[in-house]
Design a protein around this ligand. Sequence first.
Ligand code: BGC
Length: 694
Amino acid sequence: MKKIILLSALMLTSLSSVAQSVTLRPDNIDEVLSQLTLKEKASLVVGAGYKSMLAGTFGFKVPVPGAAGMTRAVPRLGIPSIILSDGPAGVRIEPKRKRTDQTFYCTGFPIGSLLSSTWNPQLVEKVGGAIGEEALAYGVDVMLAPGMNLQRNPLCGRNFEYYSEDPLLSGRIAAAYVRGIQAQGVGACVKHFAVNNQETNRFWNDARVDKETLKTLYLKNFEYAVREAQPWTVMASYNRLNGIHTQEDKWLLTEVLRDDWGFEGLVMTDWTGRRNTAAQIEAGCDLMEPGVKSQIRELVRKVRRGELSEAALDVCVRRVLELVVKTPTFKGHKPTNAPDLKAHADIAREAAEEGIVLLENRAETLPLAAGTRIALFGNGSYALLAGGTGSGHVHRPYVVNLDEGLTHEGFAVSRDLSTRYKDYMAENRPRKKFLSGMLGSPAIPEMPLSREVVTAAAGQADCAVVTISRQAGEGGDRHLEDDFLLSETEKQMLADVCEVFHGQGKKVVVVLNVGGVVETASWKQLPDAIVLAWQPGQEGGDALASILSGRVCPSGRLPVTFPVDYFDLPSSAHFPYDYVGRGSMTAGRDKEKDVENVGFTDYAEGLDVGYRYFQKSGTPEVSYPFGYGLSYTTFQHSGPVVAGNAVTVSVKNTGSVAGKEVVMIMTPLLRAFGKTRLLQPGESVTLVLPIVTE
Ligand code: BGC
């Protein structure tokens, strides 16, 4: 009897505590905040570590293996942990998991530079929508994308993730991508805020930029994205800006981002949160990623000692909670793990087809006639680089190579050459390194060709297609030799193929399968046509083949200037291009040396970036200007007529094949842009485009 009384008393107590306990809801954040202990508060602003990122390698048990990070949960108050995953060319999670045969592949979309080359925000929004759908299906709450630093200098190793040298194009494309993701109820994260324009010494580099240049260029694109799309989150960059680490910079994160631009979301660090914890909180950096436990202890200690005000911590905690209540996880969404990969592949292909840029087309070399027999040169023809390496690498189910795409399109691809390349690549496959499965592998050095091989191939083909590929990625910048410039092997290949094929009256087409700008001026006269494919995502081979066959009329335009000479770029005098040094995994460990060697980058060229510089009189010629791109048809524009905040332009297809046209209003800076729908020959359309006046 005694026992029963005791038991019911216990039950009553626990029932009453249940009745009193609070569970997080969108409308009771204040109440939940008031119930959190100091330690719980600190834990909410510190991510849950590297566990999810390394789950595939070490077999940790986490909800979404391969996701970049998670926040910490407080179960007693109904606060779940939410999942953050990279981008930007698709969702980056582990494709395989222990104890199941099911796969978790994600669509590999084209890289950022290709998306901006579409000049088509509606299409980019569709890409964002597909990525958002995939994130939702796989249980991801926030996509760490888009990457949107300005392409200040071609050697930045992560330019492939970014959009343009121009802030309006960059900002509007980013805004479209963000809208697409967030329409699915998943958050976006614009990164890396700000002035993260190089990878060399990236954890410590101090970007020294004057206020006007900052406002006009390096912050402006973020401003457009924030004002036009209100991303749920922003990621601070690794670097310092004018002496202060951006994640500790109150001016940047609070005065500019929030007070001036009206940003309402959460700011997180990039993946080394271990800086001054109190300074970050006070600056308005709400979440330290990936997070280590010692940061929680440190925050608690600092509040107790009066070195950090609890009120400042509360502001950040509140923003974490505001983010959490918006997420699919909080709303009880159960991952289906079954996104529509087929539908998304179609979107990836559509985007690739619109972002491929036709740079040269002498004597109407392209499109190739049906049934053309093609000798396909270059490793990249058989192992197309779909995207870059590092956190921007996506585990896609497959990549359609160019030889496959051309075959699908009905062309005959030389067998002998194909066998030779495939054997070479099988023999030279890079050895798997630690994390290479996770982050992607480097490209195989170009196969040297003998003159005999080229001659034999020419005997069996009507034309040659030569692919030149470049791989770049997070943690290292590109180099001048053998990267921006063609390598000796590539030059030889191009010279031999052109000489032999031209000698037989046959055409040569070059495909540039690159993440960023390469030198073109010294060799562009050699081939008959040049197609800039960028890194076109998993459907690249098919997309390229439809451009080469003419089934799709090229409509991409350059989002960045191709200079004649690297040293024509004013930024070249202030970019650590000859710094052969530590990459992401090691930079910063040798901190003193790094700081001493390349401790800062002076943005002394100011506004002289890209076309802003080259359109001034007396500046060098460029190889291909910003906005450049050829088509298989012709267009006539009428207008523009400016009325209020909009500009009206009519476009007529005056050629003989259907095509899309990009409209750019430059006065002389880019003020508005848009793209037509597919116009049949003779068809017209009127575009009304929002114009910026400042
Ligand atoms: C990159 C970020 C990425 C993060 C998480 C960092 O090294 O700079 O772009 O989102 O890792 O993977």
